[in-house]
Design a protein around this ligand. Structure first.
Ligand SMILES: [Ca+2]
Ligand SMILES: [Ca+2]
Ligand SMILES: [Ca+2]
Ligand SMILES: [Ca+2]
Length: 471
């Protein structure tokens, strides 16, 4: 939020009072009148050291001359508590065919495979905690024709997490979430990864409904997910199998997952405001003819585990010789940070771009990887590359010293591709890798850089839906 210069001192004072709270909502003069917005005010105010709704109300008074302050103060509801303390636990039914609502007064458990089948709707209240069972590899699947309606808010998000106590949690404590839709993919119908019986009808995705909807996920955090179903076959944090463009995916964080944070297999779903922290493999992996746009995304490695933990890993199809249709990935306003040191487990690139892909990178910031780019297979020519890149900052080295042109067909000069794009730079990031990898989350040097993920806003990656805890 930008404020006139004369108001800045007042606002800064209020910002201190509200700490990490949400004083944007409190500022809204229209918000004071409604109970819901009042509640949001209350939760933001709890960000003060031991503050109460009433205390926050007085802070808001200083901010906006009392109009909105009254509303925020009288809202008075307790802040969202996602700890689960004092709440009864209940298993989610393993098959949901009607409408099932998960209320925030309980902690819900995903035991084994939980399926929302054709016609079923899984509604989830804001501020609901859902735990994935470890021993049974709890995992949630929204099958073709099913929907998830998970509409959290910035300070009352929906949390999918581990059953284990803080301090002993880690990637792979439970499965993850897979949305399976009816949108097109590279080969009509595909089977999803990370299941024991891939050929079962419920594990198929794909169709001819590009505008299909698998529901809504907003202000959701998925953490400590990614259990291994069979050797080398893990679930991602959030998997999209042929998910259609009618689906809304905004403000979703995947934190500390075993495989990829986000992976798209075909489909047409776009997304906005995605965060990937501490994935084991890739941050944003697209395959099998996905056609969509991601706007505003942040990713960083902390402790990856795969042999090739990349930022992007994009493929058109698994058939190298005969890609049938292209994956078309458009990524706008993205910041991705690697480890900034050689990765002992294998190779780690900002992006590995392979056969059968098209797309566009705009305002992408890439640093801390072994090299920023590796192109393989058929990526086109410099005059007509599969993917274009502009207004972006990629750290040196752009290309690995061991880049193997023989794995490209035709051979492709990655560095010339980047430097030949419009307005691309290899310096002037405005922040360091240490800023990006700070234990408590990227510093204001990153979020205030006006680049990459934070070009549109410095504060979208705040609120209770964000956590940088890795155990
Ligand atoms: Ca991957
Ligand atoms: Ca990978
Ligand atoms: Ca290459
Ligand atoms: Ca090359």
């Amino acid at each position: 939020m930008r404020i006139l210069q004369g108001l800045f001192m007042l606002s800064a004072t209020a910002a201190v009072l509200t700490a990490c709270g949400d004083d944007v909502d409190n500022d809204d003069p229209g918000g004071g009148g409604t109970g819901n917005v009042g509640n949001t005010g209350g939760s933001g105010n709890t960000g003060n050291a031991g503050g109460t709704g009433g205390t926050g109300g007085s802070g808001n008074t200083g901010n906006t001359g009392g109009v909105a302050g009254g509303g925020g103060g009288t809202g008075g509801a307790p802040a969202c508590d996602l700890s689960g303390a004092g709440k009864a636990k209940q298993d989610i039914p393993s098959s949901i065919s009607g409408t099932t609502k998960l209320t925030s007064d309980k902690v819900w458990t995903i035991k084994g495979e939980v399926r929302v089948v054709d016609g079923g709707v899984l509604e989830i209240e804001p501020c609901t905690r859902i735990e994935g069972d470890g021993p049974s590899k709890g995992a949630l699947f929204i099958n073709r024709g099913g929907k998830i309606m998970a509409q959290g808010t910035k300070d009352a998000p929906i949390l999918f997490t581990s059953q284990l106590p803080a301090g002993s949690r880690g990637p792979g404590n439970w499965g993850g979430i897979s949305l399976l839709g009816k949108a097109p993919n590279v080969s009509g119908e595909l089977s999803i990864e990370g299941v024991t019986n891939k050929d079962a009808p419920e594990n198929k995705h794909g169709g001819n409904v590009p505008t299909d909807s698998s529901g809504v996920m907003t202000f959701v955090r998925i953490e400590f997910s990614g259990s291994e179903v069979a050797a080398g076959d893990e679930l991602n944090g959030l998997t999209f199998g042929s998910v259609g463009s009618g689906t809304v995916i905004e403000n979703v964080m995947v934190n500390s997952t075993y495989d990829d944070c986000f992976e798209w297999f075909g489909g047409t779903v776009s997304a906005k405001n995605l965060v990937c922290n501490n994935g084991g493999d890739d941050m944003f992996d697209t395959d099998d003819g996905w056609k969509g746009t991601v706007t505003n995304a942040f990713g960083r490695h902390v402790n990856p585990n795969s042999e090739d933990p990349n930022g992007y890993e994009w493929d058109g199809t698994s058939d190298k010789a005969n890609p049938t249709i292209d994956t078309e990935s458009t990524m706008i306003n993205v910041t991705m940070c690697g480890l900034g040191k050689p990765y002992a487990g294998g190779s780690m690139y900002g992006m590995v771009l392979r056969r059968g892909i098209k797309g566009m990178l705009d305002n992408n910031v890439v640093l801390g990887f072994d090299a920023s780019i590796d192109v393989r297979d058929n990526f086109g020519t410099l005059a007509s590359p599969g993917v274009s890149v502009q207004n972006s900052f990629f750290a040196l080295p752009l290309v690995s010293a061991t880049d193997d042109d023989s794995k490209e067909s035709p051979a492709f000069d990655e560095a010339a591709w980047f430097t030949g794009g419009t307005n691309n730079k290899t310096d002037g990031f405005g922040f360091t890798l240490d800023d990006c990898l700070a234990a408590n989350g990227p510093t204001t040097a990153v979020t205030g850089s006006g680049k990459g993920a934070f070009k549109e806003s410095a504060d979208w990656m705040t609120g209770l839906w964000i956590s940088w805890e890795t155990k």
